[in-house]
Design a protein around this ligand. Sequence first.
Ligand SMILES: [Zn+2]
Ligand SMILES: [Zn+2]
Length: 214
Amino acid sequence: MQKISVLVMKITLAIFLCLFTSSLWAAQYVTRSDTKVLASKDLHAKVLGQLGKSSVIEATEADKGWYKTHYNGTDGYIQAKYLQETGVLPAEEESNDGNTIYIFGGGALALIAIIAGAVYRYAPKKKKRKKNLIITPQMIVHWYQCRHCSVYIQKSSEASLTGCEKAHAHHWIKLGEVGEHKYICKKCSTIINLVSEPAADGCKGGEQHQWRKV
Ligand SMILES: [Zn+2]
Ligand SMILES: [Zn+2]
């Protein structure tokens, strides 16, 4: 909630700033009497022209008793005491006033920047990716037995072929997955523990094992 209220406050401030700056120097004035328009803020400056009483001018700047206005395509200055404010120009009538547009544009940019900043800041951030729990597959260990030498080993991968005493290489028979049930072969007395009954192949003499659960 606090974040939202800060956001609203910022936007309000930006809009206010925008409106305020845009209207600051867009005031219309009416001349109280015949008035000279001078080239600078100086009573002795070059006279650009004369305005009759009740002429409407648009002041774009006010400084030390002088108002700046556009006069015949140039900047002119009129003494403030000759002018009477008529009110603030509606925004759509300011299109000829470069300064006003510039200031308004600046305000609008500030507004956009502030909103963009706020949205960026308060936008829900991407959720951090949860670290996936890496489940390493449990090593499945099998019993292997060589049909030549009857050696049997537990291996999680294929057993090495070298080192057979009865042949040039072991010839492994996969008997089954290592588990909690113990089996014994009546013929060769091999005792192994497996999840289920071992394969029959690979007993000595090329025969079939005769497994018995112990
Ligand atoms: Zn062998
Ligand atoms: Zn056997």
